[in-house]
Design a protein around this ligand. Structure first.
Ligand SMILES: *Cc1c(COP(=O)(O)O)cnc(C)c1O
Length: 302
């Protein structure tokens, strides 16, 4: 039995409030957070063809990379278990011993073997020499880059845009999406749509090149606009203002966001709407990329 079966298509939910009405735009949330109970959002989309590729190569083990709170490690551990792969996670930083994050605990409970490396070593994660050394060390597993972001990821993300086009009956004027590695933004661009990407990390301007390089040469590629000022002090950091926004958004729209990615993206998007960034009639699809496993406890209350 394949426990990785998704609920597709994920809903496209229109939301409305005074900010949206005043701007005269339409805003839809693509509810990829509902795609699967554990392999959520963009991680499911990005893993789909990575797993297919691993299978077709006859691989039995997946190896990938992430930090102690990585939604991607979490998703890969679950996806591997559900579809019959062994999994190995190369984790940035020292072994936390007793103080293991709930993400890493979940990974271990789902059979992932964790291997901790120094921050210095972790920086080598995309170098070819390092990858062949790692492959040798762990018995030639199928390796998936950090965040699941590979050429195979883009193909899975493109399918999300096909769903949206069908649900909307047109191509949206813009997608809004949070960016960590930029794979999701790159996939949407490759599909030919325009993307507003909101960096979840501080100093995220490097993401512009990363995102454009991921897509490679592609004549139909859409336009990218990257916003780097909505990181709220840095990756996985947050302020009370951000948490208040997330609570308000849930109260108004019944949609739970989290503080690492989707909360920052929607905060930034609302800021742009209020500042008059869009023109009347613009149609925006904000992608709920999931990640709710990492939700802060204080945001879980109703
Ligand atoms: C991983 C993640 C992202 C970042 O996606 P990239 O493709 O790495 O840019 C965005 N949102 C959520 C909820 C995530 O878990």
């Amino acid at each position: 039995m394949d426990l990785l079966v998704p609920s597709l298509p994920t809903p496209l939910q229109e939301i409305s409030d005074t900010v949206i009405l005043r701007a005269g735009i339409r805003l839809f949330i693509k509810r990829d957070d509902l795609i699967h109970p554990t392999v959520s959002g963009n991680k499911w989309r990005k893993l789909k063809y990575n797993l297919q590729q691993a299978k077709s190569k006859g691989a039995t083990t997946l190896l990938t990379f992430g930090g102690a709170f990585s939604n991607h490690l979490y998703a890969t551990a679950a996806a591997g278990k559900y579809s019959g792969f062994e999994t190995i996670g190369i984790v940035r930083g020292e072994n936390p011993g007793e103080k293991k994050s709930s993400t890493l605990k979940f990974c271990e409970e789902h059979g992932m073997k964790l291997h901790y490396v120094s921050r210095e070593e972790y920086k080598l994660r995309n170098s070819e020499d390092y990858l062949s050394y790692i492959k040798q060390q762990f018995g030639n597993p199928f390796t998936i880059p950090e965040g699941g972001t590979s050429e195979f990821a883009l193909k899975g993300v493109e399918e999300m845009t096909v769903e949206v086009d069908q649900q909307l009956g047109r191509i949206p004027d813009y997608y809004a999406v949070a960016a960590g590695t930029g794979g999701t933004a790159a996939g949407i661009l490759s599909a030919g749509a325009h993307v507003l990407a909101f960096s979840a990390l501080k100093g995220g301007s490097f993401l512009e090149n990363d995102i454009l390089n991921l897509g490679g040469e592609n004549d139909k590629r859409g336009q990218l606009k990257l916003f780097t000022d909505y990181h709220f002090k840095g990756y996985a950091k947050y302020t009370q203002e951000l948490l208040d926004f997330i609570l308000m958004f849930k109260k108004q729209h019944g949609i739970q966001l989290e503080q690492v990615y989707t909360g920052k993206m929607l905060f930034g998007l609302y800021d742009l709407i209020e500042k008059g960034y869009f023109k009347t009639g613009d149609c925006i699809v904000a992608v709920h990329t999931g990640g709710l496993q990492g939700l802060l406890v204080e945001l879980k209350e109703d």
